[in-house]
Design a protein around this ligand. Structure first.
Ligand code: JFZ
Length: 445
């Protein structure tokens, strides 16, 4: 009895001390919406958009850099060496008179995206909201409108989750913010000043003013200055202000630790296997993130649709970027792509939203996703290339029906040595949009 009492006390002590620890982690249930959403829209917009990828007669090439990276237009200040005062002066003519937050978020919604992420402050240090922390913000432009406030209102109205990209490490405006790798490195005690004066206070301001659903921090290969201590300090700040705000892995790309909510892939990077944490690929429609008037490398709609479904099949999301123009409009090729992806999701969204990965490696030209339903389960087979039939290692007795998802056209299921075989009619491949087969089953795989 004494021993039992002792263990009970011991347990109580443990549980209690566990609760009194400041917790950096977020309940995984709070990222359920993110996992189910699968598709988000990203926006890179700021003073750099006004330069459109060119400066002083030079244009950033749209070819790939030796390291496999592109000449991103939002890096124009550093890549084409715009003098600091001249870059700062862009604020004096920032006036995107066509900007309409409601119209943007309607496009996001019609695209079938479930969340929206915008650069609240990119590496250039310019804030798109009314910041009490820094004068380098949208209120000190002729436009004088809090862009984030307008977008947040539109997201709430349309039921779209929203988050902010915030460059917590690189800041080319603050005299102590981190600079690109080819510039001299700041002494760490200088960076500390930027960290205390601008980075942490602006993140807090974003949380308090706008209550975002997620924060998108940005570091990559080399995380000088972003030590584990600073990473954890920032996580603790977010957790202390917001019980719901998700944090991405690029808060410290090489060492995200255990307390981030989802992993962020490298730009346009697609993992080959299923990952256990929620994750997403930030992806461009062209090469650049920010608007580049000479970047004509628009990706095809089937290609982008395939990235979306393929990521879903590995438990991940697709965060597709738009670089709005300096007048506040989305580029026409971006709008057409958004609307066509939205049309595809209108017909086939069931194969994407709220699905889970399947542990079977599919044959070439096929992507699997699945979900449980009240009457059993659905296996979705997305076809990325024409073929005569699909073979599946599924027991014949498990199948309760099969049809093309978009049209409802019934398909015959045959018993085969390896399980089942579904012959595919030629007409399925009459146009270039991906077709999905919905297999009704008794249980998930
Ligand atoms: C970063 C930003 O620098 C870029 O402007 C954009 O916002 C993107 C989403 O995130 O991109 C980088 C930049 C450099 C590397 C990786 C991502 N890098 O060198 O590995």
């Amino acid at each position: 009895m004494k021993r039992i009492m002792f263990s009970l006390l011991f347990c109580l002590f443990f549980v209690h001390s566990g609760f009194s620890q400041p917790s950096l982690s977020l309940d995984p249930a709070k990222s359920a919406w993110f996992r189910d959403a699968r598709f988000g829209i990203f926006v890179h917009w700021g003073l750099y958009s006004m330069l459109e990828g060119s400066y002083n007669g030079h244009t950033l090439p749209d070819t790939t850099l030796p390291e496999g990276r592109s000449w991103y237009a939002e890096w124009v200040q550093m890549r084409l060496e715009v003098p600091a005062e001249e870059y700062r002066a862009l604020a004096r003519s920032f006036n995107p008179t066509d900007f309409d937050a409601d119209a943007w978020i309607r496009e996001v919604k019609n695209a079938g995206a479930r969340y929206f992420v915008i650069t609240s402050k990119h590496h250039d240090g310019f804030a798109l909201w009314d910041s009490d922390v820094s004068d380098f913000d949208v209120m000190n432009t002729p436009f004088k409108r809090d862009i984030l406030a307008e977008l947040v209102a539109a997201c709430k109205k349309h039921g779209v989750k929203y988050g902010f990209y915030y460059s917590h490490w690189q800041d080319w405006e603050h005299p102590q913010g981190a600079l690109p790798y080819w510039k001299p490195k700041r002494p760490d005690k200088d960076f500390e000043k930027y960290w205390r004066e601008k980075s942490l206070p602006q993140v807090k301001e974003l949380l308090v003013k706008f209550d975002p659903d997620l924060l998108w921090f940005d570091t990559w290969d080399e995380v000088s200055h972003i030590t584990d201590e600073r990473r954890d300090e920032l996580i603790a700040l977010v957790r202390s202000v917001s019980p719901k705000c998700l944090i991405n892995g690029r808060i410290s790309y090489l060492n995200p630790g255990e307390n981030i909510d989802f992993l962020e892939m490298h730009d346009n990077q697609y993992p080959a296997s299923i990952l256990s944490k929620p994750w997403q690929t930030p992806a461009t429609m062209v090469r650049s993130w920010g608007w580049h008037a000479q970047d004509f490398n628009w990706k095809s709609i089937p290609q982008m649709t395939e990235y979306l479904v393929s990521n879903a099949s590995k438990g991940g999301n697709y965060l597709l970027n738009i670089g709005p123009k300096p007048d506040g409009n989305f580029p026409v090729p971006a709008i057409r792509r958004l609307r066509e992806i939205g049309a595809w999701l209108y017909a086939n969204g069931e194969a994407v939203y709220g699905t889970s990965p399947v542990q079977i490696t599919p044959e070439e030209g096929v992507i699997f996703t699945q979900k449980k339903t009240d009457d059993g389960a659905r296996l979705y087979i997305t076809l990325t290339a024409p073929k005569e039939s699909v073979e599946l290692p599924v027991e014949y007795g498990e199948v309760t029906g099969c049809a093309v998802l978009e049209s409802g056209r019934p398909l015959e299921v045959k018993k085969s040595p390896g399980g089942i075989r579904i012959p595919l009619p030629d007409a399925l491949f009459n146009d270039c949009s991906l077709q999905v087969i919905c297999l009704r089953m008794k249980n998930t795989l």
